[in-house]
Design a binder for this molecule. Structure first.
Ligand SMILES: Cc1cc2nc3c(=O)[nH]c(=O)nc-3n(C[C@H](O)[C@H](O)[C@H](O)COP(=O)(O)O)c2cc1C
Length: 327
C-alpha cells in the first residue's frame, strides 16, 4: 500500500526526474508525481526520454494525459514495466492544447469515458490507477455533479481521487489563472470523503504551511502540495517530521545539498546541463541566513558555458555553516 498522506503535485516543466531525485532526499516518505505525459507522446515518441527515472525517486506515480482507452492501457503497461508505483489520469488540466486533444479537465463532462479509461488501464496493469480532477468545470460545478462523477469512476474500480479544490473555466482563463482565480472549495472535498468513506480522497490546492496540511488531514486521507513544495522544498521535510514523525532517512539541508552534489556529478558525466539540475534547488535554504547568496550564485553561474559541480560547491560555501541550528 502506498502512503499518500503527503504528495507533491504533478507540475509540467517542474517535476522532472532531477526535481524528484532532489525531493526524495528532502522528503523520504512523500509520494512524488511526474509531469503529465500524454499518451500520444508515449505511443509515438521517445518512451525512454519520458519514462526513465532513478530508482531512488520511488515511490513515483506516472501521470498520464489522454482519453483513448486503448492508448492509456498501453501506457499503463509501460508504467508498470518501467517500475512506477502508480498511474494517474489527468482530469484537471484546462489548457487549450489539452482540450483540443479532448482530455484533461474537459473529461469531467464525460464520466463514462473516464470510467472506460480506468477500466482499460486496470486491465493491463496491477498498479493502482488513480484520478486527479477538479471540483467542476464551467457552470457544471455544483457538488452533486462532482459526487456523481466520482461515483461513476469509482464503479469502474478507481479507489483514489485527488481533487484540486477549484473549478476550472475552460474558456477565458489561462491555465495559470485557473490555478489562482477560482476560489478554493476544500469543504466540498471533505463532503466527498464523508459521502464515500471507503474511497481514498486527497485534497490539493493552496496548501502552503504544515498547519494548512494538518487542518485538511482532519477531513481527508492525504494532501497534495504543488507550488509551495516547489518554491520552498523544505516545507515537505517539515511536513513529514510533524505529520508522519521522525524517520532515519530525514537529512538536514546541508546533507541534502551534499547528497545532491554527488547526483549532479554523475548526471553531468552523462551529459546533463548544470542549470537543468540546479534550477530545482534554489529554494532549499529559504528562510535561512545565506539563502539569497545561494540562490543568486546558482542562478547567475549555473547557466554559464562549461559550468560544473564547483558552482554548487561554491554556493554551498556561501550558506552559513551554523545554519542547521536553525532547523
Ligand atoms: C507550473 C505548473 C505545472 C502544472 N502541471 C500540472 C500537470 O502536469 N498535471 C496536473 O495534474 N496538474 C498540474 N499542475 C497543477 C498542480 O498539480 C496543482 O493541482 C495546482 O498547482 C494546485 O496546487 P498548489 O496550489 O499546491 O500549487 C501544474 C501546476 C503548476 C504551477
Amino acid at each position: 500500500m502506498l502512503d499518500r498522506t503527503l504528495s507533491v503535485a504533478p507540475m509540467l516543466d517542474r517535476t522532472d526526474r532531477h526535481q524528484r531525485y532532489f525531493m526524495r532526499l528532502v522528503a523520504p516518505r512523500t509520494l512524488l508525481y511526474t509531469e503529465m505525459v500524454t499518451s500520444g507522446a508515449l505511443v509515438h515518441g521517445d518512451v525512454a526520454r519520458h519514462l526513465d527515472f532513478h530508482a531512488a525517486e520511488r515511490p513515483v506515480a506516472l501521470q498520464l494525459g489522454g482519453s483513448d482507452p486503448a492508448e492509456l492501457a498501453h501506457c499503463a503497461r509501460l508504467a508498470e514495466e518501467w517500475g512506477y508505483d502508480e498511474v494517474n489520469l489527468n482530469v484537471g488540466c484546462p489548457s487549450d492544447r489539452v482540450q483540443n486533444g479532448r482530455f484533461g479537465a474537459c473529461l469531467m463532462a464525460e464520466p463514462e469515458l473516464v470510467a472506460e479509461c480506468v477500466t482499460a488501464m486496470q486491465e493491463t496493469t496491477a498498479l493502482p490507477v488513480t484520478v486527479k480532477h477538479r471540483i467542476g468545470i464551467d457552470h457544471t460545478d455544483d457538488y452533486p455533479h462532482m459526487r456523481d462523477f466520482v461515483a461513476r469512476v469509482a464503479r469502474a474500480g478507481c479507489t483514489t481521487f485527488i481533487v484540486h479544490a477549484r473549478k476550472a473555466w475552460l474558456q477565458g482563463l489561462s491555465p495559470r489563472e485557473n490555478r489562482e482565480k477560482p476560489p478554493l472549495r476544500h469543504a466540498e472535498i471533505h463532503r466527498l470523503k464523508r459521502d464515500f468513506p471507503q474511497l481514498e480522497i486527497l485534497t490539493n490546492g493552496g496548501l502552503s504551511t504544515v498547519d494548512h496540511m494538518a487542518e485538511q488531514l482532519a477531513h481527508v486521507d492525504g494532501v497534495m502540495v504543488g507550488r509551495a513544495a516547489y518554491q520552498d522544498p523544505w516545507l515537505m521535510a517539515e511536513a513529514e517530521r510533524r505529520l508522519l514523525g521522525a524517520h532515519p532517512d530525514l537529512l538536514d539541508r546541508r546533507q541534502v545539498a551534499e547528497h545532491y552534489l554527488a547526483y549532479v556529478e554523475a548526471e553531468l558525466a552523462q551529459g546533463a546541463r548544470l542549470q537543468a539540475l540546479t534550477r530545482h534547488i534554489l529554494g532549499l535554504f529559504q528562510g535561512l541566513p545565506g539563502a539569497r547568496a545561494w540562490r543568486r550564485h546558482l542562478s547567475e553561474n549555473a547557466p554559464r558555458p562549461g559550468a560544473d559541480a564547483d558552482v554548487l560547491r561554491q554556493a554551498l560555501a556561501k550558506v552559513a555553516p551554523s545554519l542547521e541550528t536553525a532547523d
